[in-house]
Ligand binder design. Structure first.
Ligand code: NAD
Length: 236
């Protein structure tokens, strides 16, 4: 059973992932090398929960309970020591992620599942940095995490069925659906999205159409909620 979650990286994605786990009753250690970033993440989570209270999504008591589930930590080994699940959402850099996974593998309990929120790095490669590749999985949350109902879930070459089932059940507990895909650079979402965004930017540069016209074509012709350039602005 998963009760304790460690989230590594307190940036855009890490604060959203920590928010959702804390909201759904999990004890969360939010870990970052940068103390200021942790404080900023806590302020963002509090502000976003205030917004949920104002909209009636959660009560003030739910917010207080969720914030009480959250602890901040700069020491990675200490932060993952009693975790049942680690979700890594640190900077998208292969060397940084491989180093983090080696450290987590050494410090987390043997039963702990290790997930990466990477947008594009091979889950098989990340798993190979550990002694437990069967427990390594991709959980690609979308931004903003509290608002997005779907998580692209990635099976690495060695990821076990048991790990996948646990991840699916866990995501369902938080009201998130999951689509399971096989490991491939950029997986499904970013392999398609990044080409689309690049082409949309070239179209703008070549003055084929304005940014709003590009976006409107996708919205009105294809029924997309957002156009590629709006999406690029959102994800940064
Ligand atoms: P970000 O730059 O906002 O945050 C990254 C955080 O990681 C920073 O706070 C940094 O201090 C921290 N960090 C770096 N090295 C660390 C280490 N060794 N230990 C602990 N913390 C460390 O990045 P982000 O946009 O939140 O992206 C995080 C991950 O999520 C990336 O893998 C990215 O590809 C993925 N992702 C991003 C989005 C998005 O829309 N931004 C969407 C889906 C997935």
């Amino acid at each position: 059973m998963i009760a304790q979650v460690a989230v590594i990286g307190a940036g855009t994605m890490g604060n959203g992932i920590a928010h959702v786990f804390a909201q759904y009753g999990f004890k969360v250690q939010l870990i970052d090398v940068n103390e200021a970033q942790l404080q900023k993440a806590l302020a963002t989570i509090t502000k976003n929960m205030d917004r949920q209270v104002a909209k009636g999504v959660i009560s003030e008591a739910d917010k207080q309970a969720a914030l009480a589930n959250l602890s901040l930590e700069t020491n990675l080994a200490k932060g993952v020591a009693s975790a049942d699940l680690v979700v890594e959402a640190a900077t998208e850099n292969v060397a940084i992620k491989l180093d983090i996974f080696k450290q987590i593998d050494a410090a987390a309990p043997a039963h702990c599942i290790l997930a990466s929120n990477t947008s594009s790095i091979s889950i098989t490669k990340i798993g190979a940095a550990t002694q437990r590749p069967n427990k390594v999985i991709g959980m690609h949350f979308m931004n903003p995490v509290p608002m997005k109902p779907m998580v692209e879930t990635i099976r690495g070459y060695h990821t076990s069925d048991e790990t996948i089932e646990t991840a699916k059940k866990l995501l369902a507990q938080m009201g998130k659906e999951c689509i399971l895909v096989n490991d491939s650079p950029g997986f499904v979402s970013n392999r398609v999205l990044m080409l689309t965004i690049n082409e949309a930017i070239f179209i703008l540069q070549e003055q084929v159409a304005s940014a709003s016209e590009v976006d409107r074509i996708f919205k009105t012709c294809f029924g997309h909620k957002m156009g590629p350039l709006e999406t690029a602005d959102l994800i940064g």
